[in-house]
Structure formats: C-alpha cells, structure tokens
Design a protein around this ligand. Structure first.
Ligand SMILES: Nc1ncnc2c1ncn2[C@@H]1O[C@H](COP(=O)(O)OP(=O)(O)O)[C@@H](O)[C@H]1O
Ligand SMILES: N[C@@H](CC(=O)OP(=O)(O)O)C(=O)O
Length: 467
C-alpha cells in the first residue's frame, strides 16, 4: 500500500493542547503514515532572534544571557507540553530526559557562537532546525503514550540529502529517493522533523523559511506517496489571504501550475517550492483544516494535474512585498544586443536571482527579491555596463497577482482578466507602477506602490469575487 505523507505546521501547534488534535487526526487515518512536523508556532522566529542577537552582540555576556534565557523559556514550554499530553509519570520523565538531551545540544550551539563571536552558516542552520527536532521528538513520545506504534526518523538518518545550500537548500532526489523510501518503509507512524535535510557531509541545511511543506513534498516524492496531506488552520487554499480580505472563498481544486504561481506570488499558505517535487509524479496535495474535526479527512482543496478553467477564471488573488525593481536606464538599452546577457551574468556571479525582466527601448526593469536589491544594485553599478547611463532602484513596491487557468486565454473572457484586474486597482485609487501578463499561462500581475498593497488586493478581489 502506498503511504500518505501528512504535514502538520506551526498553524497546528499553537497551544500545548493542540498536540491532542494531531493525535486524533492520526488515529482517524487508521493506516501507516509518515508525519512531517514543524516547530511550535513562533519558536523558529525566537531562534532567529537569538542568532541575530548573538551576531550583533558578537560574544558579549549580555547576548549570551539572552540566549540562555531563551533556552530556559523553551525548556519550560516543552515541560508544559509534556504535562498537558502525557499522563504516565514514567513516560513523562523519559520524554523530559530525551528533550533535555536535545535542548542541551541547542545550548551548546548557542554557547559556541557566543564564544567565537560569529555564526557560520552551518551552525545557523543547525540552530534553527531545533524547533522541528523538538517537535518531532515530542510528537513521537505523545503518540507512543497513546498506544500508537510511532518512531522518529531524522533527515540525517533517512538520507534526505540536499544540494548543500545553507539557508535555502533543495532536495537532491537522485541521492535521496531510494534511501528515504527504504528508511520509511514498514508499518506504524513515522515522524520526521521538517524544515531541513543534510548535505553530503551530514550538515544540516534548511529548506528556507516555511520549508516544512517542501520537506513533506520531497519525502512524498521519494516515496511515490498516495498523497501529501497538509493540515492548516484555514479552509484550504482561499481566494485571498484571510488576513487582508474579509471572507475569502475556499478553492476546491487547483492545478499544480496555479498553486505554484500562487505561492511564488506570495500566498503564504504553501512554501513556494512545495509543488515542484510533485508536479511530474502525479502526487496530489490535499489541504485540510485541523480546526474542523467534523469534516474528518475530507480536504478543502485538492492540488493535482487537472486543468480546469472555471466560469470566473480567477481562482485566487495574491500579493507579496518581497520584491523590488532595479531599473537600467539608457537611450537604447532595449535595442542593443548583449546587455541582458551581461546583466544576468553579473547578477548570477553574485548569487542574485532575477524574478522577472521587463524591457522597453530606454529601460530594462529587473524584479529581484527585496533583500537582494542593494547587492544587485552594487554589482551592476560596479560592472559599468556599456549603454547604461543610470541604474536606479525602488524597494517601495509590492506585487499583486491574479491566478487561474485561462487568465491569458485568447478567449474574450481570458484576455479581459488582466485588464479587469488593472482597471479595478486603478479605480480603487491604487498607484500602479508596472503591469505584466503573458509570462505564465495562469497568472498576470501588477506592481503597485507598497503602501497600496492591501487596497489593491481588496479592490482586485472584490472585482472577481464580490465585496
Ligand atoms: N490564499 C491563502 N489561502 C489560505 N491561507 C492563506 C492564504 N494566504 C495566506 N494565508 C495564511 O496562511 C496560513 C497558513 O499557513 P502557515 O501559517 O504557513 O501554516 P503552517 O505554519 O501550518 O505551515 C493561514 O492561517 C492564513 O492566514
Ligand atoms: N518552522 C520553520 C519551518 C516551517 O515550515 O514552519 P511552518 O510549517 O509552520 O510554516 C519556519 O517557521 O520557517
């Protein structure tokens, strides 16, 4: 029987008693499972803050004291969770002892960076993985205490090998697939901490923030799983971020392309690369809501390869501020051959990814991640590109995208979608800097002034889904 890979994230782990809901879900499946689990809500952010304080304090006593007070708070939180979920005193003591071993490891890493006054990338990734390492241990122990045959399997033990890029790794399927499948064979429930794999030397490499979705997708791909079931705290993929738009609609089905574009353009519900490993393996992603136990295992959203153009074409509207514009000005930059090649080579040498390129006769617009803007600007200014008279940058922008199969269709409805979105934004008073349609079959986007992001999202959502 094929396995189901089930992912529980921080949205399912907010309070100590939330573990109970997870145990109930696991029992509902009544079959062997691979669980991928994230850190408790907020824990990774705290670890990031600890590392940041260490970097800034560069080995000072104050920064060390801050780290120690954080790990003490984490110990207290874990004790609370154990007390809320394990009633047998002997097992409680055993779990606390096992957690203490892991917390001691974390303490040693944190003390180490204070001693050397620096945070090497491999240590950074190791430290940030502890939220997940604590959750997987804890969940395994709680499942065992409820009579469920469960065991923990760490990425370094099962051979989840990455390309070795610290902070933003990708899974190496050639090296991982067979080993992971073998290690995760067999009955029972196997709990794997998400968020990281290991390089070929066994060093922890993170999959980027929110990366447990991608861990789970990678494991599902290695196993040729029946499905990847992702449990969240909302009714599946929604027509917009519920934090910005009131009463967005639940989307019953998305195809892989649509889901990939939505995550790329900022829909926070899935890590941007979650769909990648599943695309050509035909493994569906099912999104379920842990706060609605009455629905059992019925998903709200299924993401698969079915390409369906709905009557209203647009399935979701999304936005992100993780973007900036780099503009190369020159009287004939759009005309001269070779400039773009030089630009991409230069940025590539500095490890900068170009999200999009829009050219005109007198300007080349490059969209890059906001945190790479300054490095990209410096690299291009330093390179002195022939024909470029000025390089300018603008970080005060946001992307708003409409996504749905058929958005760029030549039919009347499809071709009207991008202009409807743009008109709705403009009519709502949004300052639009740039618009693009055609780069993807299923998405069109516009760049707006960052202060107008919410307004734009609300106006465009209202245009397609009603106010
Ligand atoms: N289009 C969207 N559809 C559904 N949820 C969204 C969307 N955009 C943003 N979200 C947010 O994503 C959250 C779930 O994702 P996340 O917090 O990353 O879960 P987890 O931590 O479990 O991985 C929801 O609580 C919701 O606020
Ligand atoms: N805990 C990590 C990884 C992760 O994926 O978390 P979540 O599943 O809660 O998005 C983070 O916060 O980045």
């Amino acid at each position: 029987m094929k396995k189901i890979v089930v992912k529980f994230g921080g949205s399912n782990l907010r309070r100590p008693q939330d573990i109970d809901r997870i145990v109930n879900v696991v029992q509902t499946y009544k079959r062997p499972l691979v669980l991928v689990v994230s850190a408790f809500f907020g824990v990774t952010n705290e670890l990031v803050a600890c590392v940041q304080a260490a970097k800034e304090g560069a080995g000072t006593a104050a920064a060390l004291a801050e780290s120690q007070s954080y790990t003490l708070a984490l110990r207290a939180l874990k004790k609370q969770i154990v007390a809320a979920n394990i009633s047998d005193p002997a097992q409680r003591a055993r779990t606390e002892a096992a957690l203490a071993v892991r917390l001691d490891q974390l303490d040693r890493y944190l003390t180490g960076i204070h001693c050397i006054g620096a945070v090497p990338s491999f240590v950074n990734d190791a430290i940030l993985s502890y939220g997940e390492r604590l959750s997987s241990l804890l969940l395994t122990e709680v499942l065992q205490s409820r009579g469920i045959a469960a065991r923990e399997a760490l990425p370094e033990e099962i051979g989840l090998i990455t390309d070795g890029v610290f902070g933003n790794a990708a899974c190496d399927f050639e090296l991982s697939a067979a080993k992971v499948a073998k290690a995760l064979a067999g009955d029972g429930v196997i709990v794997v901490p998400g968020f990281y794999g290991v390089d070929q030397n066994g060093k922890t490499t993170l999959f980027g923030r929110g990366g447990s979705d991608y861990s789970a997708a990678s494991i599902a791909a290695c196993l040729g799983a029946e499905s990847l079931d992702v449990w969240k705290d909302v009714d599946g993929f929604l027509s917009a971020d519920p934090g910005t738009v009131s009463a967005p609609r639940s989307i019953a089905q998305l195809n892989y392309l649509e889901a990939a574009e939505l995550s790329y353009f900022g829909a926070k519900i899935l890590h941007p690369r979650t769909v990648e490993p599943l695309f050509d393996r035909d493994i569906p992603i099912r999104i379920l809501n842990i706060t609605r136990p009455e629905r059992g295992l019925q998903p709200y959203t299924i993401i698969d390869d079915q390409r369906r153009v709905t009557h209203d074409v647009v399935k979701s509207v999304t936005s992100t501020e993780d973007v900036a514009i780099l503009k190369l000005h020159g009287p004939g930059v759009g005309f001269k051959p070779g400039i773009l090649a030089q630009v991409t080579n230069t940025l590539d040498q500095h490890g900068i990814n170009i999200k999009s390129v829009l050219t005109a006769q007198t300007a080349i617009n490059l969209l890059v991640a906001r945190d790479q803007l300054d490095a990209a600007y410096a690299a291009l200014v330093e390179h002195h590109l022939a024909g470029v008279v000025e390089v300018s940058r603008n970080a005060a922008v946001a992307i708003v995208a409409v996504v749905g199969d058929g958005v760029l269709d030549a039919s009347d409805v499809g071709s009207a979608i991008a202009s409807r979105a743009l008109s709705a934004a403009l009519a709502g008073g949004v300052r639009v800097c740039l618009a693009a349609a055609g780069a993807s079959e299923v998405a069109a986007y516009m760049l707006v002034h960052e202060e107008d992001r919410k307004l734009a999202l609300q106006a465009v959502h209202a245009e397609f889904f009603g106010a």
